[in-house]
Design a protein around this ligand. Structure first.
Ligand code: NDP
Ligand code: 2IT
Length: 453
């Protein structure tokens, strides 16, 4: 790294030594920006860089709630309002026991550039809680959501900050959050996205991240004269993003052979077809069971419990053409990346946020794997959230076909932008550089126009 970027990185290491996920996201970003910073007007862009890594605002609050047995509970809530240069803060809420300030900051940082790449008017933010929805009743989740939004409602609004879902926050939670927000404010506005299309949501929002991921990956393959027809694919996770990734891959003639959750993974060499996918959707979205049940329902599949104490992630050990990490951050280590390269993987597209470690990304690049970084590849979800905001502002609802067409247009546009930006700045084929540089320049130029705030 050059002096300016190295100094910035040392600063965040010194200021927040425990924020390892945030440091990782910033490190990857600075590595890309480093390649162009000397060619930009010096003081101007340096001064923007040091503002970009500091959230405009970070809110932390307590969330008191009670169990069905009446036992008093407490959790921590967060909202990091990272950057509003391009529009109201926009980004999801994550409910998972691992959530802390480092994770919310890394997600809000990534979100800022992702939202910029969509071409829509959205700033970057992220929030959540260390609340664990697993094993909680519907009424416990409802009381938690009502308490969470009671505090957060002071800080958000349709023109201020518009939250949505992420890990542990889907349609059920958005409904509970929206209902309480409406009572508190006495207004029906588009302050949350991911709402049901019955009452203000956009068609295709649930599908958007997975579909968008496959649209972008298809555009990459198309550039090489290839398609998904007949390709074997690995997908990790089994939640929202994973489910709709499988659905779109199936429709394009690919065969998906894996899914996973935090307890282990399944391998189904005959492929997770649409009938089996319906089973997964019920298992995960309705009965909220474990993926191990898949191997009991379908005898051709095998279940592999997750190994304790690290080691290789089993999902990435099966032979395939393409891989789609759709669970969580750092689920592809250097060892996992080497395993994928050994089995001749052609393409890796990130559905989750930052699922590949920095070493893993280098291994893919060094071995000629087509690699689509999260901030571009999974932007379809927030893009349709942006379209939901537009529909809410104009108080109309578009058809599913219209939203899907817009999503395809946006994902193809993102791919062309990051491919061409990488080439323009001497990093041809490196879409990590393409996404970081394109995202950075748009946000930075807006900040300069607005007086470096
Ligand atoms: P869901 O809660 O619907 O599903 C998450 C899946 O990942 C579950 O299978 C879960 O397993 C697994 N998982 C979560 N945490 C871990 C962990 N620490 N170790 C192993 N497995 C884990 O979330 P989404 O599908 O919405 O999100 C998945 C990823 O996609 C996240 O990185 C999210 O940030 C990203 N993303 C989501 C978007 C969206 O619109 N929802 C948009 C863009 C990105 P288990 O059930 O056992 O916890
Ligand atoms: O990481 C993400 O882009 C999301 N969780 C979706 C955010 C949104 O506002 O739709």
């Amino acid at each position: 790294m050059r002096d300016v970027t190295a100094e910035l990185f040392q600063k965040i290491q010194k200021d927040d030594p425990n924020q390892t996920e945030f440091q990782q996201a910033v490190h990857e970003f600075l590595n890309s920006v480093d390649k162009i910073i000397d060619d930009l007007p010096h003081v101007v862009y340096h001064k923007v860089l040091d503002r970009l890594i500091e959230p405009e605002r970070a809110i932390m609050f307590r969330v008191p709630w009670t169990t069905d047995e009446g036992i008093l509970q407490i959790n921590r809530g967060f909202r990091v309002q990272m950057n509003s240069a391009l529009g109201p803060y926009k980004g999801g809420l994550r409910f998972h026991p691992s959530v802390n300030l480092s994770i919310v900051k890394f997600l809000a940082f990534e979100q800022t550039f992702k939202n910029s790449l969509t071409g829509l008017q959205m700033g970057g933010g992220k929030g959540g809680s260390n609340f664990d929805p697993k094993g909680k009743s519907d009424s416990e989740v409802m009381r938690f959501c009502q308490s969470f939004i009671t505090e957060l409602s002071r800080h958000i609004g349709a023109d201020t900050d518009v939250p949505a879902g992420d890990i542990g926050v889907g349609g059920r939670e958005i409904g509970y959050l929206f209902g309480q927000y409406k009572r508190l404010r006495n207004e029906f506005t588009g302050t949350l996205t991911g709402k049901s299309p019955l009452w203000g949501g956009s068609y295709i929002r649930p599908e958007a991240t997975g579909y968008g991921l496959v649209y972008l990956a298809a555009a990459m393959l198309h550039d090489k004269g290839e398609s998904f027809e007949g390709k074997t694919c690995l997908v990790s996770g089994s939640g929202n993003v994973a489910q709709y990734t499988v659905e779109k891959l199936n429709s394009l003639g690919a065969k998906v052979v894996t899914l996973s959750d935090s307890t282990g993974c399944i391998y189904d060499p005959s492929g997770i077809d649409d009938k089996k996918l319906r089973y997964v959707k019920t298992l995960k979205n309705v009965t909220r069971g474990r993926i191990s049940a898949y191997a009991e329902a379908f005898k051709e599949a095998e279940y592999f419990p997750r190994k304790e104490n690290g080691g290789a992630n089993q999902v990435w050990t099966f032979a395939a053409d393409c891989a789609f990490p759709c669970a969580t951050q750092n689920e592809i280590s250097a060892t996992d990346a080497r395993n994928l390269v050994k089995s001749n993987i052609k393409l890796v597209a990130e559905g989750a946020n930052m699922p590949t470690t920095l070493e893993g990304v280098d291994i893919f690049h060094d071995n000629g794997v087509l690699f689509a970084p999260a901030k571009a590849a999974n932007a379809g979800g927030v893009a349709v959230s942006g379209l939901e905001m537009a529909q809410n502002s104009s108080r109309i609802q578009w058809t599913a076909e219209k939203v899907d067409q817009q999503l395809q247009r946006i994902m193809k546009g993102i791919y062309a932008n990051i491919r061409d930006t990488a080439k323009h700045y001497g990093s041809e084929g490196n879409l990590v550089d393409g996404a970081n540089i394109a995202g950075f320049l748009k946000v930075a130029n807006a900040m300069i126009d607005q007086g470096y705030v």
